[in-house]
Design a protein around this ligand. Structure first.
Ligand code: NAG
Ligand code: NAG
Ligand code: NAG
Ligand code: NAG
Ligand code: NAG
Ligand code: NAG
Ligand code: NAG
Ligand code: NAG
Ligand code: NAG
Ligand code: NAG
Ligand code: NAG
Ligand code: NAG
Length: 429
């Protein structure tokens, strides 16, 4: 009987601990975010999640992992840092970091009032300064093409001076009605040295979106799979790779041989150190968009233009993800969040690391549910805030809010326990 009383108590305490960890220093699960490496910091912007009431909200959160001490690559729980939030909640978002890492540019995406599902389009381009006070601004762009407004399902790439963004799709800005969607076959180019915009219509390509884009050192952008829009939506075959030469500005198709790889969207692509493109995850396009595309991981050799499927030991293999994000740090491919493609949409909270030289998944400590992990991370967060003195004003209140909510929650828990005990007492009498 006495043991029975402890059940709700234990449950409440563990929910509290979970709450502390979730709210203080670990991002909650999400999909449709973007990630980019800036020096040794891996940034994550936006995305959306389902609340406990099962309603979606678009988030404006910015998080990063500092990979300099390889905290991700050993058995220690990775430390997350929260940075200054975006002006709006955005998912289906794309970003690039400038060559000298002085700016991050965020493009397109579906925009909402922060942490809501109320559409609120603000700007097609944001600039974030990750080094100096984490400032968000809306750049003034010359000759901006207004058809780019509300563009989503795009992936931007950047060379030393220019950002290239192909096609995509847009909704009417203030409407979630997809009957008003428009699909594009244009190449939008932003020169970041003078912030001037230009648009090239590409008649050789159908309207095309939900692809991955990877810039090779040769200046060729490689577009992989995704969806065409002709009379309807159709998936793009993996044996047909589309490319854009950023010197000649010419679009062309390349036929790729090798292993048979299923078409997909919601996948990711990173450029490996040896010049191979590694694609991961994604879903097969259908009315039920959550069917896993196979194989989960494939490698495109960009010299011979052939697909292959590496033989990876099953240990530490992630669940098959879709609408996740991926980035390369040294020889590590870091995959995070997204939904689990084989489960009809369960979200993923974990981070996975692939050693792209040995083709093995590395053990990552994704257990972040202990108070020990919680306090360690808080301390690091405070240290971080002191290091960059100006950022502290943005980071400390965050911890403060967590602690205050924690105290309030303890109050509520105590009250509930009190009520439970009182009720039980009555029924025994
Ligand atoms: C990395 O380790 C060094 C030495 O232990 C320490 O001074 C530094 O703060 C650490 N950096 C991070 C980001 O953890
Ligand atoms: C993960 O980290 C926690 C806290 O540091 C530690 O207790 C646990 O053993 C680690 N798990 C693994 C699998 O290393
Ligand atoms: C867009 O965001 C900027 C920066 O936060 C803000 O100054 C501006 O008022 C916003 N505009 C709209 C239309 O929401
Ligand atoms: C980085 O490059 C931009 C132009 O792309 C330039 O305006 C800026 O001054 C550079 N910053 C540093 C720290 O070199
Ligand atoms: C940091 O930002 C301030 C304005 O917010 C600017 O005056 C200063 O030049 C910037 N410093 C660097 C190193 O970019
Ligand atoms: C954009 O231009 C306006 C007016 O010229 C100016 O007030 C504003 O500061 C500029 N914004 C940025 C981010 O440079
Ligand atoms: C959305 O609607 C508001 C109010 O009706 C309007 O001010 C705003 O310009 C609209 N946004 C776009 C991108 O059309
Ligand atoms: C929008 O698309 C979804 C599925 O993608 C569909 O269920 C819904 O009916 C569409 N709405 C309109 C207005 O076309
Ligand atoms: C911006 O710079 C690029 C390349 O230097 C040049 O081609 C373009 O004309 C410039 N645009 C403006 C508006 O000055
Ligand atoms: C703007 O983009 C649209 C759609 O791709 C294109 O038709 C139009 O020519 C572009 N306008 C300019 C001035 O480039
Ligand atoms: C891109 O085009 C330029 C100019 O035509 C050409 O010299 C170069 O070889 C092309 N690059 C690739 C990777 O095909
Ligand atoms: C590339 O392939 C697409 C789709 O199959 C086709 O519509 C287009 O004409 C091709 N473009 C070139 C330049 O061959």
């Amino acid at each position: 009987m006495k043991l029975f009383r402890f059940v709700p108590f234990t449950f409440l305490i563990s929910s509290y601990l979970l709450f502390l960890v979730t709210c203080l220093n670990v991002p909650s699960l999400r999909i449709g975010q973007t990630s980019v490496l800036v020096g040794t910091k891996l940034y994550f912007f936006g995305g959306y999640l389902m609340t406990t009431k099962n309603t979606p909200i678009a988030i404006n959160e910015v998080w990063y992992l500092d990979l300099s001490n390889s905290s991700l690559f050993n058995t220690v729980i990775p430390t997350w840092y929260k940075d200054v939030e975006m002006p709006v909640g955005i998912f289906d978002i794309s970003c690039v970091s400038s060559f000298n890492n002085s700016d991050i540019f965020v493009f397109g995406g579906r925009q909402y009032l922060p942490n809501s599902w109320t559409i609120s389009f603000n700007s097609s381009v944001y600039r974030f300064d990750p080094n100096n006070n984490s400032i968000w601004s809306i750049p003034n762009i010359t000759s901006f093409n207004s058809t780019f407004k509300t563009r989503s399902s795009i992936q931007a790439v950047i060379d030393k001076t220019r950002v290239f963004i192909f096609g995509g799709t847009s909704n009417k800005a203030n409407s979630s009605d997809n009957s008003s969607r428009i699909y594009y076959n244009d190449m939008n180019i932003l020169d970041i040295t003078n912030m001037s915009w230009s648009t090239l219509v590409i008649p050789q390509s159908p309207p095309y979106f939900a692809y991955t884009a990877t810039l090779l050192p040769t200046g060729l952008i490689v577009y992989i799979s995704g969806l065409d829009y002709l009379s309807g939506v159709s998936p793009v075959n993996m044996s047909e790779i589309r490319t854009f030469n950023t010197t000649s500005l010419i679009w062309s198709n390349i036929t790729v041989n090798g292993s048979s790889i299923e078409s997909r969207w919601g996948h990711s692509a990173v450029l490996g150190q040896n010049g191979d493109i590694i694609i991961y995850g994604g879903s097969k396009y259908s009315v039920d968009q959550n069917t896993q595309a196979l194989p989960n991981l494939a490698v495109l050799n960009t010299n011979s233009w052939t697909w292959s499927i590496p033989d990876i030991p099953p240990i530490n293999t992630p669940k098959p993800l879709s609408h996740h994000s991926a980035a390369l740090y040294k020889n590590y491919m870091i995959v995070a969040f997204g939904f689990i493609a084989s489960t009809r949409g369960l979200f993923n909270k974990d981070v996975y690391v692939l050693d792209t030289q040995k083709y093995v998944w590395i053990a990552v400590n994704n257990t972040a549910t202990t108070t020990k992990g919680s306090s360690t991370s808080q301390k690091s967060q405070t240290n971080k805030a002191q290091e960059t003195s100006n950022s502290s004003s943005n980071k400390v209140p965050f911890i403060g809010i967590g602690v205050v909510s924690g105290i309030v929650l303890i109050g509520i828990i105590s009250f509930v326990i009190f009520l439970l005990f009182k009720k039980r007492h009555k029924s025994y009498n």
